[in-house]
Design a protein around this ligand. Structure first.
Ligand SMILES: *Cc1c(COP(=O)(O)O)cnc(C)c1O
Length: 370
């Protein structure tokens, strides 16, 4: 021990942190990722499939040429152009890459943040919008979705847009955790009515096969977000914003240099050269989503919601959600318990579509505990 003694674990350190750290931050709980060792992991919208062995060999061989002593390409030119082609992004629009689309959400909110500014989201939706708004001290206005089918409540949205004048509106398409696509005419009405930017988050594009990409050029206040995570590359952390240069050039100014590391840039470009592998995997997931939804719907007491993503939201009889969740966990099946997270998610659970044998194991375990 140094001559100063062990101060780091003292109550003095606690007191100093309490003085220095913002109250809003001290009130937060850290983002919790449950342990999943030895579990059938159906909680995080991951693609369950790994790569064919020959593709792994080819990748490992190509990695020899990667120079980790150098900084990454700060603008990720090569990957950006490949993503532009792969996604069919219009030539007049820009792409901005992030360390996952989470980082792009953070950059967008940071770029707009100022005292009195607000962001607006339907609710329930992806929790990161609200969390990041809190991190940067921006108010997040949450407008409830309609309770019966999680569609947009257009009367409430219109009122909220006019009343709160939000700098940014986030719409997840399909929505997480509900899985549904909002009506196109509702989305367009919001883009037209919104006083500021509208971000359409297409994280589940591979499973929805519906997009606003072809409508980007028609509006001066629209950005589309995509990610490679749900497609099958969650470990790489690569997200993409597509939009008019006027927007992305501003947001790019507050991006930290080298936000996309060399290994991620290289591997994402390599993966895009093997797009058919991912196309097959996501087609299998879409097929198995149908199987899983039908099996769930056949169980007594379960209400299943239509999904255009790689997960399914379902409700179990009142008062049983946490019990069902824990019992599944005891049987080594990990899903997501949404009960208690939002008034409209009472008794709701969310399961990610896995491999056929994983889906079967989940259904078997669910039948055993219900
Ligand atoms: C998973 C998810 C993201 C985050 O994706 P990353 O690219 O892995 O950061 C963004 N938006 C929605 C709606 C998601 O469900």
């Amino acid at each position: 021990m140094s001559a100063f003694g062990n101060k780091a674990s003292s109550t003095a350190a606690l007191q100093r942190a309490a003085q220095c750290i913002r109250p809003e931050v001290r009130a937060l709980k850290p983002y919790h990722v449950p342990a999943a060792a030895d579990m059938i992991k159906l909680d995080a919208m991951e693609n369950p499939y790994s790569w064919p062995p020959r593709m792994v060999d080819e990748w490992l061989a190509a990695l020899r040429a990667v120079e980790l002593n150098r900084y990454p390409d700060a603008e990720a030119h090569e990957l950006r152009e490949r993503l532009r082609n792969a996604m069919g992004a219009p030539a007049e629009l820009d792409l901005l890459l992030g360390n996952g689309s989470d980082e792009l959400i953070q950059l967008i909110i940071m770029a707009a943040a100022a005292p009195g500014r607000k962001i607006l989201v339907p609710s329930p939706t992806f929790s990161m919008y609200h969390m990041i708004a809190t991190f940067v001290g921006v108010e997040c206005v949450a407008v409830p979705l309609r309770g019966d089918d999680f569609s947009l409540d257009m009367e409430a949205m219109t009122c909220a847009l006019d009343a709160h004048d939000p700098a940014v509106v986030f719409l997840a398409y399909p929505n997480n955790p509900t899985g549904n696509l909002f009506a196109v005419e509702d989305m367009l009405a919001i883009v037209q009515r919104a006083p500021g930017l509208v971000v359409i988050d297409e994280a589940y594009h591979a499973f929805a096969q519906a997009s606003f990409m072809d409508k980007l050029a028609q509006f001066d206040n629209l950005i589309v977000l995509r990610t490679l995570s749900k497609l099958g590359l969650a470990g790489l952390r690569v997200g993409v914003a597509i939009g008019a240069p006027a927007w992305l050039e501003e947001i790019n100014k507050i991006r930290l240099p080298y936000n996309l590391n060399t290994l991620s840039q290289f591997t994402a470009a390599f993966a895009l050269d093997h797009a058919s592998v991912f196309a097959e995997q996501t087609a299998a997931i879409r097929r198995d989503r149908t199987w899983l939804a039908e099996r769930l719907a056949s169980l007594r007491g379960i209400r299943v919601y239509d999904s255009r993503a790689n997960f399914i939201l379902f409700k179990v009889p009142q008062g049983t959600a946490s019990h069902v969740f824990e019992q599944l966990k005891d049987r080594r099946v990990l899903i997501k318990n949404l009960h208690g997270s939002h008034p409209q998610l009472d008794s709701a659970l969310r399961v990610t579509v896995g491999k056929p044998e994983e889906n079967q194991a989940f259904i078997d375990a669910l039948m055993a505990v219900m």
